[in-house]
Design a protein around this ligand. Structure first.
Ligand SMILES: [Zn+2]
Length: 125
């Protein structure tokens, strides 16, 4: 197994950067970036495969997605909405706002409501 990939960005070899220049004399080219696998060694785990192993940067990643979006979606199409069971907790608390009284701002208390989304433990219903 090779320990590098060529960047999969469809336009990578057209971007004008010094890091892409190869060749000598009048035979120079812009070449696709060569990527060392595991180059970022995420959390000390170089075995983790990420898009960084296949794209030199986000621009090339997005070029690839744009060009192949229909095919990518076809791998795992979403035909229905997914749902996650939750509970909504509403909690009243004292807060304040600032009101302008013509010359100055004054602090005015009011009862506010904080809404929190809580996950539901599916084991206990
Ligand atoms: Zn690239």
């Amino acid at each position: 197994m090779s320990d590098f990939n060529w960047c999969h960005g469809p336009e990578c070899h057209t971007k004008e950067t010094q890091s892409r220049v190869r060749g000598s004399g009048d035979n120079k080219v812009l070449r696709t970036i060569k990527i060392k696998q595991g180059r970022y060694n995420y959390n000390g785990r170089p075995e983790l495969i990420t898009y960084d192993d296949y794209f030199c940067g986000q621009h090339c990643l997005h070029d690839f997605i744009r060009e192949h979006l229909t095919s990518i979606i076809a791998i795992a199409p979403r035909r229905q909405a997914l749902e996650t069971p939750i509970k909504i907790e509403k909690e009243k608390y004292e807060s304040h706002r600032y009101q302008h009284n013509g010359t100055d701002y004054q602090r005015v208390p009011y009862q506010a409501t904080r809404t929190t989304i809580k996950s539901v433990d599916n084991d206990n219903g």
